[in-house]
Design a protein around this ligand. Sequence first.
Ligand code: NDP
Length: 287
Amino acid sequence: VAQRLDGKRIAGDIQADVAAKVAALKARGIQPKLAVVLVGDNPASASYVRGKRRVAEQVGIESDLIHLPETVEEETLLAEIERLNNDASVDGILVQLPLPSHIREADVIERVDPQKDVDGFHPWNTGRQVAGLDTVWPCTPAGVMEMLRRERIPVAGRHAVVVGRSQIVGKPMAMLLLNEHATVTVCHSRTQGLADITRTADILVVAAGRPRLIGADHVKPGAIVIDVGINRVDGKIVGDVAFDEVEPVAGAITPVPGGVGPLTIAMLMANTVSLCERRRGLRGEAQ
Ligand code: NDP
């Protein structure tokens, strides 16, 4: 039976490291601050925002909530972001996605100052990621990498298969694994023979948003299975992996909930501190 990769515990370790860095910054009179922009009253988004602000408080990061109505005009939202860009006390700006359909997400992402882009979604940062330059990475794939590193799961030379190619998870996940010298295959909804491909994975990362997409037939015995999916089924949160079927086959597996989710929030805190240090030219010093 697979080892369970305990995202909650690892996230706690990351948060403890972040809290120590925040304390060191505070000792120098610097207060890291995250601005969270929430548009509308989507219950899932509101709950993610609450979770993020709670952890920020725990690690000593100040967080401001800018809550705008569902009907807000794009121009008003962009002006609000501009205000945060110009506010010297703000280190990181997070715009909770998805946004209402009358707002173009790409415009909003591009308006955030790349130096305050705590999610690492701005095309300027995407460019730096692809170019192999120092930058922040999207929190979810960064959290997966941090988990692999802390659990001492080797990546170099292994075959990593990523299911999903979104801008926020799949693509940066593939790039991060490639940077760590994995041989990477990316699958998506048009992939033919998904199981034949995923069965060759030493490390399988699934971020498709499809409950039970990955069953026992999709997994090589002993593989590391990372389930990024968050789906609500019959009032319960489940991943993209049929946990009951896959646990007896895999070498290690993340549960949902309690796997990748907590890591995402922990990395958001790490990114906030990293942007704070960077803007003040302290990067490396306070590590
Ligand atoms: P998207 O919907 O943006 O992307 C889903 C990807 O999966 C697409 O690339 C899509 O392919 C692919 N896909 C869909 N169906 C299949 C299929 N049957 N076979 C193979 N590939 C398929 O989702 P996100 O990347 O934003 O999120 C993915 C999941 O991760 C969701 O459940 C989301 O809730 C969760 N999530 C969890 C986070 C966490 O903190 N744990 C953070 C962010 C997301 P195509 O491109 O061809 O459409």
